[in-house]
Every structure is written in structure tokens, then in C-alpha cells.
Design a binder for this molecule. Structure first.
Ligand code: ADQ
Length: 489
């Protein structure tokens, strides 16, 4: 309520993403327990007070029966979440197939899967059909809950068709689309059989956002070269209609990490870790176990560092935390074995009966444990082969105000654009370069560490997730107003 007594209603924001920010576990025929997963997007939007956010997405579980669906819908409503129900076949073809097997590797420069290209064009086509169908199912749910004046914010490569589907329902809907991965060079995007359809569908949005200026530029080039549309400083234009394209680098809720360091469970963890690794420098990697994160390359660089710096053996430990994802996909299973094999070899070569140089964990950590790890680390190693942004690098910096550790960061992570001045930037494919960077980081003077840390800490604490969300949504509102003015003229 405002001071003058009139009610002030906040603008409603419908956030549409493939996954809802909750894990749902079925307890009985009509009962569910829900747990909110505090990812970056959730904390970003919790901090935005001007909007009343609602989430639309898949709950990550197959619920074939109506009783279960009704009960889950009701339970989710309390968390301001609205489910899209996808059956097993759609999930297999749309999510595992088109999203994770085709778009994800392609957008990270890993190319299209060979077997799809050669033998199973049919499977490619049916996966694409399922992708469009799934996007239409999301659109149906959005349309059902949409009210005049709402803003619809679509997220990521799973939902590239959504802007088009939504505008077909209602051309007045304010629609924004944001990509969390890189958008690759137009030469890579060109190899995709459905390249034009995807671009056109995204261009139906009013505002299209990327983490970096480079990704935005690649997208505009793809639209000019593949579709023959015009690229302008504002975005992409076709027959007088402009789709605004811009960079909106994401951030984290830095306060949440800084505050966490003060709480008791984190302090206890910190003490334990300091005791365990007393006398040794701690290096840290935290990644989802995914090809794009460059984990084998990182391990090989660490091995080379140990080979060449015998005086450091026994005095440094690498803690690599890798959360398994997409465990049913053979390529990911191969990656897991490869990582285990390399870790085993290095520990065999450089370990002693009482200590090993690498501690590798195949699982997720809870928030207090993660914060404590960030806080005790001397050198963080982020060696993604490609990464939209990489929030681990931001989280590490936020937790380092006491220690002022060094960040070694891949130049192929979006974060290199924002944390490049404070980090040591490396080409993760160049094992020798990364090994040398490790030596440089471990030997760095406290003055240089302090200077570099200050640079990054200032960035991380001033470019937050809240600011990112506010900027995107207000830009979307402005873009629509400007477009209406242009039409009136
Ligand atoms: P991700 O590829 O998941 O995100 P990232 O940005 O690093 O990569 O975020 C990972 C998140 O998961 C971090 O918040 C991290 O704390 C958490 N995490 C990772 N390993 C963990 C572990 N073992 N235990 C607990 N938590 C763990 C995608 C894109 C990125 C982009 C983000 C946001 O691939 O490039 O930065 O979206 O847009």
C-alpha cells in the first residue's frame, strides 16, 4: 500500500524455465514434499522487490495420473510455482535428445553428434518435433496464467521456440528471452539443421539477452548471415520490426555468501578444513561433471605442475568437487571413468602412504560446506572449455575477503570478460600454460593477490544477480514502450 492510501500492485513476472526451482518427491497418491533449490536465478528474483515473480516449468518428475498432477499443482502453488507436465517420451526426445544431446554441445563448440548426422536423420527430426511440441506445452501453461500487463521472461536453450508460440497466442505479450550458455559463432550455428527456425522463433521476443557482448554479436551475425535480416546497434531488424539484442551479464547474491561465512556451521567447517590441510596450500575446483568444464584438462595441468615443481609435492592439495549430471548418458559415463582414471594415476604417482595430492568428490555439497571450501582455498581453478558465465568463479571471490586467494580462470568462460583483470586468464587446452599459471598463483606476493582480489571482489559485490534481473526486466518494459511509440509515429 502506498502513502496516499491507494494500493500499489507490483508488476507480475512470469519466469519460464525448463526446470522449476524445486525438487518434488512423491509421498503418497496425493501428497508431495517439495524442496526449493536455491540456485542463482531463485536468489536473484527473491531480491527483486518491484516484481511479483511466479515460476512456470517442469518439476523434473513424471506424473502420469490426474490425482498426482492435481496434488502437485496445489502444493507448488504455495511456492508460487506452476507445473508443466511432460510425459516420459517427450522428456526423452525433447530434454535428453534435442536439448542436451544437440543444442548443449553445439552451443559449447563441441559440434553435432556424429551418429545423428550420419545415420539417424529421422531421430534428429523427431527430436526437433518433440522440442517444438514441448515448447508449445510450456506456452499453453503460460497463456493460461497470463494477465494483461504481465512480463514473461523465458530462459535458456530449452525454450527457444517459446517466444514464437507466445506471440502467436497474443502479440501484445511482453516477452524476453535470455540464454545462459554461450551463443556460438554463426559458423557453428549454421551446421544445425533447424538453424533458421530456431533463430526466427527467438526473434519473436521483444528482448533477447546474453551474458556477454560476444555472444550477442554472434547471434546478430547468425541472423544476418543465415536469415538475411539486418543487424543494427540495437539488435536485429526485419521488415520494420526490431528485436532488441543486448548483453546482461549475470551475477550472484554476493551478500548471501558473505553473510554465510559468519554463521556457526560454516565456521566449524572452516576450522575442520584448516586442521585437515594444515601446512598445505589448498587448490579448489567445483564443477558439474560436464564435458564443457574441462575437468580432465585441469587434472592433466595439475599433474604437469607436480612433475615440474618437485619442491611443491606434498605441500599442495587439489580438492575437485564434481557433481554428476545426466548420468544416464554414455558420454557422461565415459567422462566420469576418464576423470577417475586420471585422478588414480596422479595419486598413484605423487601420493604417499598418508597423503594424496588430489581429493576428488563425485557429489554435491550443501551450502555451508561449499562456502567453507571457498573460504579456505588458496587457488581456485576454473578451466571450462566453454562456459556461458561460470558462477563458481564469482562465489569463490565473494568468500575470499580474508584470504585473498588467486583465481585461475579460463578465457573461454563468460566470467573472463568481467573478472579478467583480477584473475590469471588461461587457455584450458594449453596444459603447459595452466601448469605455469598454478606455479605463478602459488608463488604470488600478498600485495599482488590483494590488488587482484580487490578488483574482482568489487565487481562481484556491485554486479549482483538482483541487479541483473532488474536491468533485464526494466529494459524489456522500455523496449516494448519504445516499439509502441515507433509504431504510432
Ligand atoms: P552451470 O553450468 O551449472 O550453469 P555455474 O555458473 O558455475 O555453471 O553454476 C553452477 C552452480 O552450481 C553454482 O552456483 C555452484 O555453487 C553450484 N555447484 C556446482 N558444483 C557444486 C557442488 N559440488 N556442490 C554444490 N553446489 C555446486 C549455467 C551455465 C553457466 C552460467 C549459469 C548461470 O553453464 O555458464 O553461469 O548457467 O547463467
Amino acid at each position: 500500500e502506498r502513502l496516499d492510501g491507494r494500493t500499489f500492485s507490483r508488476q507480475r513476472l512470469l519466469v519460464v524455465a525448463n526446470r522449476l526451482p524445486v525438487s518434488a518427491i512423491r509421498r503418497g497418491e496425493d501428497s508431495w514434499s517439495l524442496e526449493i533449490s536455491a540456485g542463482g536465478l531463485v536468489s536473484a528474483l527473491l531480491g527483486v522487490k518491484e516484481f511479483e515473480a511466479r515460476w512456470i516449468g517442469w518439476a523434473g518428475v513424471n506424473v502420469p495420473d490426474e490425482i498426482g498432477q492435481k496434488a502437485l499443482t496445489k502444493a507448488l502453488a504455495e511456492k508460487r510455482c506452476i507445473p508443466v507436465f511432460l510425459d516420459e517420451d517427450i522428456v526423452h526426445q525433447y530434454y535428453n535428445g534435442y536439448c542436451n544431446n544437440i543444442l548443449w554441445p553445439l552451443f559449447h563448440y563441441l559440434g553435432l553428434p556424429q551418429e545423428d548426422r550420419l545415420a539417424t536423420t529421422r531421430s534428429f527430426q523427431s527430436q526437433f518435433a518433440a522440442y517444438i511440441k514441448a515448447n508449445q506445452m510450456f506456452a499453453d501453461v503460460v497463456n493460461k496464467h497470463y494477465k494483461d500487463g504481465d512480463v514473461v521472461w523465458c530462459h535458456d536453450y530449452h525454450l527457444m521456440f517459446l517466444p514464437k508460440c507466445l506471440k502467436e497466442y497474443n502479440s501484445d505479450m511482453k516477452v524476453g528471452w535470455f540464454l545462459h550458455t554461450p551463443f556460438p559463432s554463426s559458423e557453428i550455428h549454421r551446421t544445425l539443421p533447424s538453424r533458421s527456425d530456431l533463430l526466427r522463433a527467438v526473434l519473436a521476443a521483444d528482448l533477447v539477452g546474453f551474458h556477454t557482448y560476444d555472444y550477442a554479436r554472434h547471434f546478430v551475425s547468425a541472423c544476418t548471415r543465415i536469415l538475411g535480416f539486418e543487424g543494427t546497434p540495437e539488435g536485429v531488424e526485419d521488415q520494420g520490426r526490431l528485436t532488441r539484442v543486448a548483453a546482461f551479464p549475470i551475477g550472484i547474491d554476493s551478500e548471501r555468501f558473505i553473510r554465510a561465512l559468519e554463521i556457526n556451521p560454516v565456521q566449524v567447517h572452516i576450522k575442520e578444513l584448516q586442521e585437515t590441510f594444515a601446512g598445505r596450500k589448498v587448490m579448489l575446483g567445483v564443477d558439474r561433471l560436464d564435458m564443457i568444464k574441462g575437468i580432465p584438462q585441469k587434472l592433466l595441468a595439475f599433474e604437469k605442475f607436480l612433475e615440474e615443481n618437485s619442491d611443491w609435492r606434498g605441500k599442495v592439495v587439489l580438492l575437485q568437487i564434481a557433481v554428476p549430471t545426466r548420468t544416464d548418458v554414455p558420454e557422461y559415463q565415459r567422462l566420469t571413468s576418464q576423470v577417475h582414471e586420471i585422478v588414480g594415476r596422479i595419486n598413484g604417482r605423487f601420493g604417499t602412504l598418508t597423503a594424496v595430492p588430489i581429493h576428488h568428490l563425485d557429489r554435491s555439497l550443501d551450502f555451508p560446506a561449499l562456502c567453507a571450501l571457498y573460504a579456505v582455498t588458496d587457488v581456485a581453478l576454473v578451466t571450462s572449455l566453454r562456459d556461458g558465465m561460470n558462477l563458481v568463479s564469482y562465489e569463490f571471490v565473494a568468500c575470499q575477503d580474508l584470504k585473498k586467494g588467486v583465481l585461475i580462470l579460463s578465457e573461454f568462460a563468460g566470467a573472463a570478460q568481467s573478472l579478467g583483470a583480477g584473475a590469471i586468464l588461461v587457455n584450458p587446452w594449453n596444459i603447459t600454460e595452466v601448469a605455469n599459471a598454478i606455479a605463478r598463483a602459488l608463488n604470488m606476493s600478498p600485495e599482488e593477490r590483494e590488488k587482484r582480489h580487490w578488483h574482482n571482489f568489487t565487481h562481484v559485490t556491485t554486479h549482483t544477480a538482483q541487479e541483473w534481473a532488474e536491468t533485464f526486466v526494466s529494459e524489456l518494459n522500455d523496449t516494448v514502450v519504445e516499439a509502441q511509440l515507433r509504431i504510432k509515429q
